[in-house]
Design a protein around this ligand. Structure first.
Ligand code: GLC
Ligand code: CA
Length: 537
């Protein structure tokens, strides 16, 4: 693929914003659209990302902090209004950046007008917009499906004497995607945002939307007790073969793609698709006629091991169809912060990989500062998951962005109370301090992204792992016709090592002391946890 024909999203670096926690613009302690707009200099000029994905900002009772949508075509007053959205989008576009919004098609809030109409009576015109069933007997739900957030996936509705399906919270009823009107309504929601100029969507639990039409019981897993998965609770006792990922979902993805393709310039969609099997995951690329890509969570779930990383990356590279394009995610609003999950030693090496591997990277806000997971006292916990299933809360990765050394780190005014506490490290680990420190994690990301922008090999080139490197090292090579080849080598260990097999050239970015410009003659010496990017030539 040449520079001229490559789509914008292939060479873009995405950045996920959790709107409640990015920047408070009106002093109520909760982030909002105006706040985000006031930080575009940081995103575009300081850090240098190309595209933003915002988690939901729609009107919502906030039972799941916006993933329970009460109106798909508006902005919750806590975040601003549609005029704020338009102004933000205009500013993003003026900088040559792109903005995608979060589409939540699997479920609505139980406060959505569609659900209110659906539950009003058994013969309501919208009854079939949701999944209503009789139980197996008094007090017994229609099947054994568990909800992701604990408890059964069914809720009894006293007034109409039936159960409704909710894959997540009881206040997040699942839409019935086998109903044509539901599909058309959601495609109109897509058009609503595309007409306003949005560049596309991140699609929430995309493969959940179609289930087994007979709603058959889930079989139990046979490896329970051996894997430790039990600790994750009831949900993980089952093989989730009927409650998501039904093959009919591909038809819906083709329909969604057709909606995106009604628009120019090109619009884009990435699906949130958790699937542990690489081949079934890769099937979500379709034939180039479905969503542009499914998020690749394989590295996010991996241990920090050079051998495991290489194995997973090679597997994914081999499984992706020719027209597909890889992508990498190392953190998001559902997972423990990278610095805590992989360990502090992995922060810089993982940055090098995220920004040099073939494919579109998505950075999670704050990971560019190397933020740790924040411990939140039980009384201050907000996430419904953690409140229902202790230990599974996601608040620790959703705390306010630390901007500077002032009170509340510049996230909100000193007299406001941030909706979640800032971490104890915000005083030193904040954007202003790191921007001024050439040895910071932020400065490393800036250098990586700036180099990536200059290097067609990094943005568009082929990938090959480099063989013959020592245990604990992963190194790879990116090549693109007409552009210098680029190698990256990462020491995953706390011991120094010598890495052979690299092209002759010079170091362009390093995580240790500044080694940029240092010549490389085939091998390079790496200190503990050190990583380098080498340009051939
Ligand atoms: C996705 C979101 C998560 C949300 C869930 C239910 O997994 O990333 O935050 O709670 O869907 O909508
Ligand atoms: Ca606010």
């Amino acid at each position: 693929m040449s520079e001229a024909t490559a789509s914008w999203w292939r060479s873009a670096v995405f950045y996920q914003i959790y709107p409640r926690s990015f920047q408070d613009g009106n002093g109520d302690g909760i982030g909002d659209l105006r706040g985000i707009r006031s930080r575009l200099d940081y995103l575009g000029d300081v850090l240098g990302v190309d595209a933003l994905w915002m988690s939901p900002f729609y009107p919502s009772p906030m039972d799941d902090f916006g993933y329970d949508v009460a109106d798909y075509c508006d902005v919750d007053p806590v975040f601003g209004d549609l005029a704020d959205f338009d102004a933000l989008l205009a500013d993003v576009h003026e900088r040559g950046m792109h903005l995608i919004v979060d589409l939540v098609p699997n479920h609505t809030s139980d406060q959505h007008a569609w659900f209110r109409a659906s539950r009003s009576s058994r013969d309501a015109p919208k009854r079939d917009w949701y999944v209503w069933r009789d139980g197996k007997g008094p007090g017994a739900p229609p099947n054994n499906w568990p909800g992701v957030f604990g408890g059964p996936a069914w809720e009894w509705d006293e007034a109409t004497g039936q159960w409704y399906l909710h894959s997540f919270l009881p206040s997040q009823p699942d839409l019935n995607w086998r109903n044509r009107e539901v599909r058309e309504a959601m495609y109109d929601v897509m058009r609503f945002w595309l007409d306003r100029g949005a560049d596309g969507f991140r699609i929430d639990v995309a493969h959940y939307i179609l289930k087994d039409p007979d709603l058959r019981d889930l079989p139990l897993r046979d490896d329970i007790g051996e894997t430790g998965f039990k600790a994750l609770g009831e949900y993980d006792r089952y093989q989730h073969v009927h409650n998501k990922g039904h093959p009919d979902v591909h038809e819906v993805f083709r329909e969604m793609r057709a909606v995106l393709d009604e628009y120019t310039p090109e619009r884009f969609a990435v699906g949130e698709i958790h699937d542990f099997d690489v081949h079934s995951w890769a099937s979500y690329y379709g034939k180039g006629d479905e969503l542009h890509m499914p998020f690749d969570f394989s590295l996010l779930w991996a241990p920090w091991s050079a051998e495991r990383f290489r194995e997973l990356i090679d597997e994914v590279e081999a499984a992706i169809p020719e027209r597909g394009w890889p992508n990498h995610v190392l953190g998001n609003h559902d997972e423990t912060r990278l610095a805590t999950r992989f360990g502090r030693g992995a922060v810089r090496g993982s940055a090098v990989l995220l920004c040099t591997l073939r494919g579109t990277p998505t950075l999670y806000y704050g990971d560019e500062l190397g933020l740790s997971e924040v411990e939140i006292d039980v009384e201050r916990q907000q996430d419904p998951w953690g409140r229902r299933v202790p230990g599974l809360g996601r608040d620790g990765c959703r705390t306010p962005m630390p901007w500077d050394g002032s009170e509340h780190a510049g996230f909100c005014p000193p007299d406001a109370e941030p909706w979640l506490p800032l971490g104890p490290e915000a005083g030193e680990r904040n954007a202003a301090a790191q921007a001024a420190d050439p040895g910071s994690v932020l400065s490393l990301y800036r250098a990586l992204l700036a180099y990536r922008r200059r290097s067609p090999s990094l943005r568009l080139g082929d990938y090959a792992a480099i063989d013959g490197v020592p245990a604990g090292c992963f190194a790879h090579l990116r090549t693109h016709p007409g552009s210098p080849a680029v190698a990256a080598a990462v020491n995953f260990t706390g011991e120094p090592m010598t890495v052979p097999g690299l092209p002759a050239g010079s170091i362009v970015v390093s995580t240790g002391m500044d080694r940029a410009g240092e010549p490389v003659r085939g091998s390079v010496r790496l200190g503990p946890h050190e990583a380098v990017v080498v340009e051939a030539g």
